[in-house]
Design a protein around this ligand. Structure first.
Ligand SMILES: Cc1ncc(COP(=O)(O)O)c(C=O)c1O
Length: 407
């Protein structure tokens, strides 16, 4: 039995079956390559689900984390530390908040960032109507069918995937569900009773589905007219994934609340909830917290990610290599391929049949890791440092992969 299979067997014996048994055991990585437990090499085109922004074992992250762990690994929220303050300053700078009262809360994951956002919405609204009633607490959220916001009870309650949500109800959040990208339905759903619209700028787990042009501006306008807050979940889309620092910047809007995680730590666990304007200062002392959130090591890693992206103009790489990758996939003209969705290094190869699992298996057999995000969509979310040559390796192998998957 191979090392990888032996590890998978041990996994199955001791781990809860919530993930099934993953097809491969990985042992190490470097740049955009990873090696499995048997020493087989793969080009990593999924980056730990859009996380490893600088690839694997990037020297900037290795150095930052090594330095920080040797100095001070943990403080808890009882004490202030330099990497945390500097990271918040950096994020607000990238968000161009111009000192407009925006504030950051750090946590450890995407779901936690969204939990913070849900509480923040309720606190912001309650703060505004203080002295009148507690009506703010059960005002509904508007969320999209097909959306994904996390697995905790709050984030799951606004996740628009019934099979993963409904077995765990009831929830404490009222939700109005809307089809993603439909302006007319949005306009009807967002009235003055609504607390917040909670939305991804592009559906990630839903299959890398961008909204129609102008949709995010229409959402912003609907929220403004109704007095509802706009929460954008940029956990997957943020930190350069689309070729902009944040996807909402390309749409020309600013949310009231923004959530981040995944690529921010480049593989170290960190999430962030950013509140703009009134939402920036709505949480009072004792309202929320996390023991590990914004831990100095994770913050040092995140600073290394942001600095490296900036210093090496990695956003330009994301745009150029992403465009070439999308064009290369389209150019195969294979009968199993319907088209390509997405932008930057965040793409879905859309299939003419529900064969994504077979495509991923055929790709893995040829040394490429991709992800069957939907039955008919294969997701690519590689490290943002993917080179043109590496993208070319995949597009050259793709016709054969698709042909095998079609059989
Ligand atoms: C848009 C979005 N929000 C939230 C989450 C949840 O993040 P985490 O798995 O870190 O809790 C994810 C994870 O895939 C996501 O894609």
């Amino acid at each position: 039995m191979s090392e990888s299979d032996a590890l998978r067997e041990r996994f199955e014996a001791v781990m809860m079956p919530n993930y099934g048994t993953p097809p491969l055991a990985l042992a190490r990585g470097e740049g955009c390559r990873v090696w499995d437990a048997d020493g087989n090499q793969y080009l990593d085109l999924i980056a730990g689900i859009a996380v490893s922004a600088l690839g694997h074992a990037h020297p900037a992250i290795v150095d930052a984390v090594t330095d920080q762990v040797g100095k001070l690994a943990h403080t808890s929220n009882l004490f202030v530390h330099e990497p945390g303050v500097r990271l918040a300053e950096r994020l607000l700078g990238l968000l161009n908040t111009d000192g407009g009262g925006a504030r950051v809360f750090f946590c450890n994951s995407g779901a936690e960032a969204n939990e913070a956002a849900i509480k923040l919405v309720r606190r912001t609204l309650k703060t505004e109507i203080v002295g009148r009633s507690v009506r703010g607490t059960d005002r509904p959220f508007v969320a999209a069918i097909g959306s994904f916001h996390g697995r905790t009870m709050g984030s799951l309650s606004i996740t628009g995937k019934e099979p993963i949500r409904t077995p765990f109800g009831p929830f404490g959040v009222n939700v109005r569900w809307i089809p993603y990208g439909d302006e007319a339905v949005l306009a009807r759903a967002v009235d003055e009773d609504v607390a917040a619209v909670f939305l991804e700028p592009t559906l990630g787990e839903g299959g890398v589905v961008p909204p129609p042009e102008g949709y995010l501006r229409a959402v912003r306008q609907a929220c403004d007219e109704a007095g509802a807050l706009l929460v954008l979940d940029e956990i997957q889309s943020g930190i350069g994934r689309t070729g902009a620092w944040f996807a909402h910047q390309e749409a020309g809007i600013t949310p009231d609340v923004l959530t981040l995680a995944k690529g921010l730590g480049g593989g170290l666990p960190i999430g962030a909830c950013v509140g703009f304007g009134a939402a920036g200062t709505a949480l009072g002392k004792g309202d929320h917290g996390s023991t590990f959130g914004g831990n100095p090591i994770a913050c040092a890693a995140a600073l290394a990610v942001l600095d490296t992206i900036e210093q090496q103009d990695i956003l330009a790489n994301v745009k150029a290599v992403g465009a070439a990758l999308a064009a290369g996939i389209e150019a195969t003209g294979h009968p199993l391929l319907k088209g390509v969705r997405g932008s930057g290094l965040w793409l879905a190869a859309v299939l003419t049949a529900d064969r994504s699992a077979a495509v991923c298996a055929a790709a893995q057999a040829r040394g490429f890791l991709v992800n069957p995000v939907q039955p008919d969509a294969v997701r690519l979310a590689p490290p943002l440092i993917l080179s043109q040559a590496e993208a070319g390796e995949f597009t050259a192998a793709l016709p054969e992969i698709l042909t095998e998957a079609q059989a």
